[in-house]
Each structure stands twice: as C-alpha cells, then as structure tokens.
Design a protein around this ligand. Structure first.
Ligand SMILES: Nc1ncnc2c1ncn2[C@@H]1O[C@H](COP(=O)(O)OP(=O)(O)OP(=O)(O)O)[C@@H](O)[C@H]1O
Ligand SMILES: [Mg+2]
Length: 351
C-alpha cells in the first residue's frame, strides 16, 4: 500500500504554504483582521524584517476568551456561516484559514480584550496549542508572531535580506492604508517609526502615501468620481502634466481590496488616450465599489485575484470617466481636442 493519510501537522504546514509565503503575508492577514475588527488605530511592527518578530496591534472590538482556543483551528471564522454568505462578503477575511496557517509555521500569541473586558491570551507554537492565560492589552487585540518558518528551514531559505522583507511588509501596510483612509496606520521597523498616517480624506491619504516615496505636487493630482453609473467609481489620478514611464503607479481596488487586474489597468490608460505620449503612464488609484454578489474573491488564497461578473461594463465605465473628467480639468487641452473634432472629418483627404 503506497497511499497514506498525512500527519495532520504536515498537512497543516503544506496548506499554510499557500497563504503564508513571507513576513509581508503575515502582515497582510493580521492587518485584514484588525480592519475587520473595526480597529481605528492599527500598528504593525517588524524586527529583523519580520524574521525574528512581527506584531500587529489594533483597538478593535477584541476576541472573546472562549473563542481564543478556536482561533487557530482550520475553517474557524466569525465572518461566514453559510455558503451563500460568501457572495455577500463585506469583510476582508472569509476563509477562516489565516491564523491557522500562521500558527502552523511560527510561534504566535494572540492577546485580546473583548470590548474592554479582562484580557486573555493564547499561544500556539508551530501548531501546538498552549493554555489560555490572563493578560494582554486593555482594549483591542495584539498578535505577536515569532520565528516564522524556524521549523521549516527550506522555506526560510527563500526569504530575502531583512531590509528587503521589511520593505515588502511596509508596502503591504501602505496598500491597506490607501483603502482605509479613515483609520490611522503606523509601521515600525527595528524600533524606528517608518510610517505614521493619521485619519484623513481619500485624496489626502493617497497624497500622504505618495509623498513617502515621491515628490509630487498635490495640485497635479485630481479626484474623479462616477457614482451615477452602475458601479461606484472613485479615483485619484495625475493630470497629463505628470506621468511615468511604467504602469507601477496604476493601482486598482475592488471593494477595498487591491487586485491585480490587468484589463482595468488598461482601462485607465485608455481613458487618458492621447493626452499622454506613447510609453507614458499616469499615477492612478482607482477604487471600484461593486455589489458583493457580482464579485468572487474566493479564487486565490491571498485574495489578490477577483472574478468580476461585469468586467466589460466596468472597463467601459472606467474609460469614460477618465476620458471625460481628465480632459475637463485641463481647459487648454479641451480646446485643442474640440478644434480637432470640429474640423471636417474628410478634410485631410482633399488637402
Ligand atoms: N484582530 C482581531 N480582532 C478581533 N477578532 C479577530 C482578530 N483577528 C482574528 N479575529 C477572529 O478570529 C477569526 C479567525 O481569523 P482568521 O484570520 O484566521 O480568519 P478570517 O479572518 O475569518 O478569514 P481569512 O482566513 O480569510 O482571513 C476571525 O473570523 C475573527 O473572528
Ligand atoms: Mg483573517
């Protein structure tokens, strides 16, 4: 007989590999949980790029003592009850797999006070659950992850230098911060505060995040809206005076989740059309809100892929919002466009 059932711990570690690849994946999952818990102030810290320690603290509603032992079981979630709930998802999480996966490949401690009551904590050490003990923060939840992949040297070998891992963790935090401008985010690496974002408007959050890496004149960034169409669109985009030679600053969010959806990146560039020279691309943060019944994020364990039911319609709406509103904000360009359009269509042939 060749076939055998895997030891549960081995199976758990194999499954964890899909969700948790590096410290930045841990940060992504812990931030999602903090956001779902309604945290207004969220702090993430890494030591040695997260190879030694990762910590996320929120001031959300917390976790009940009785729930602590369930946290690191597979399919343990408060966010989905029935299959149908998957199609009405408003939360970031829904698989009930993130903490289970992290617990399989590190030593994790979750300490929490449920709605301000006495705090309790639990530790799971590479899949082995310890007892629930008193102690923890006065409000919200504090999750500490130590020695990621310590028992999986093959995995740890794939990690980059601590400074590179820290940079990846920081960009995951910034990606989340862009979608939730009403929350405060702080990122600490090796005891130094690297990012400190206060609650603000959508546009200002984009400017705050951009200003960490770029020198951008705020007046070159425009706000576009389309709430009259079938899908709710909002974007902060650069005027044609500002462009880049790559698409790396075209970011698409669907229902507050960053997604890799090339056709929508393309829709943004089509919208600019000839306002940008060939090989130039805008800065554009596009936030699309779609009825949850029309999207499916349950495609990839890290939820970066999305199945959109009305992709062609959304594409069209994005192109027309950008095409009409970007031109309108640049009066001189509009005039030039109109002159071209007003000219008799066949004129060039007779010249
Ligand atoms: N910071 C937190 N504050 C409050 N509750 C939390 C927090 N983190 C986790 N939880 C609770 O623990 C449960 C399990 O979290 P976990 O991240 O493993 O799964 P999930 O968020 O439900 O789904 P997913 O696997 O898609 O992230 C959550 O459903 C939630 O009830
Ligand atoms: Mg989660």
């Amino acid at each position: 007989m060749k076939i055998q059932l895997l030891d549960p711990l081995v199976a758990q570690r194999i499954a964890a590999g899909e969700v948790i690849e590096r410290p930045a994946s841990v940060i992504r999952e812990l931030l999602d949980n903090a956001l779902d818990a309604g945290g207004k102030t969220i702090l993430a810290s890494v030591t040695e790029g997260g190879l030694e320690q990762i910590m996320v603290i929120d001031d959300g509603e917390g976790i009940e003592r009785e729930d602590l032992p369930l946290l690191c079981e597979s399919h343990a979630t408060s966010k989905v009850r029935e299959l149908d709930d998957l199609y009405h998802i408003k939360s970031m999480g829904f698989r009930g797999e993130a903490l289970y996966s992290i617990a399989a490949v590190s030593r994790i401690t979750i300490a929490s006070s449920y709605q301000g009551s006495d705090p309790y904590q639990i530790t799971i050490d590479n899949g082995k659950k310890e007892a629930v003990l008193p102690g923890g923060p006065r409000t919200g939840t504090m999750v500490t992850v130590q020695g990621l992949f310590k028992e999986l040297p093959a995995r740890r070998q794939f990690l980059k230098r601590p400074s590179t891992e820290a940079a990846m963790a920081r960009s995951v935090l910034l990606e989340k911060a862009l979608a939730f401008p009403d929350r405060a985010f702080r990122f600490i690496s090796d005891q130094t505060v690297r990012v400190d974002l206060v609650p603000t408007t959508r546009k200002q959050r984009v400017l705050d995040v951009l200003s960490l890496n770029q020198n951008i004149v705020p007046s070159e960034m425009l706000e576009l809206y389309d709430t009259a169409g079938r899908f709710d669109l909002y974007a902060v985009c650069s005027s044609p005076a500002l462009s880049r030679s790559d698409r790396s600053y075209i970011k698409i969010y669907v229902n507050n989740r960053p997604v890799e959806e090339y056709s929508l990146v393309q829709a943004v560039t089509y919208g600019y059309g000839e306002l940008l020279a060939g090989g130039s691309f805008p800065y554009c943060y596009l936030f699309i809100n779609v009825d949850p019944t029309l999207v499916d994020f349950n495609i990839h364990p890290t939820k970066r892929e999305v199945k959109l039911r009305n992709k062609a319609e959304i594409h069209h709406q994005v192109v027309s919002m950008i095409a009409s509103q970007i031109k309108r904000t640049i009066p001189r360009m509009v005039k030039q466009e109109l002159e071209v359009e007003d000219a008799p269509l066949l004129a060039p042939i007779y010249q």
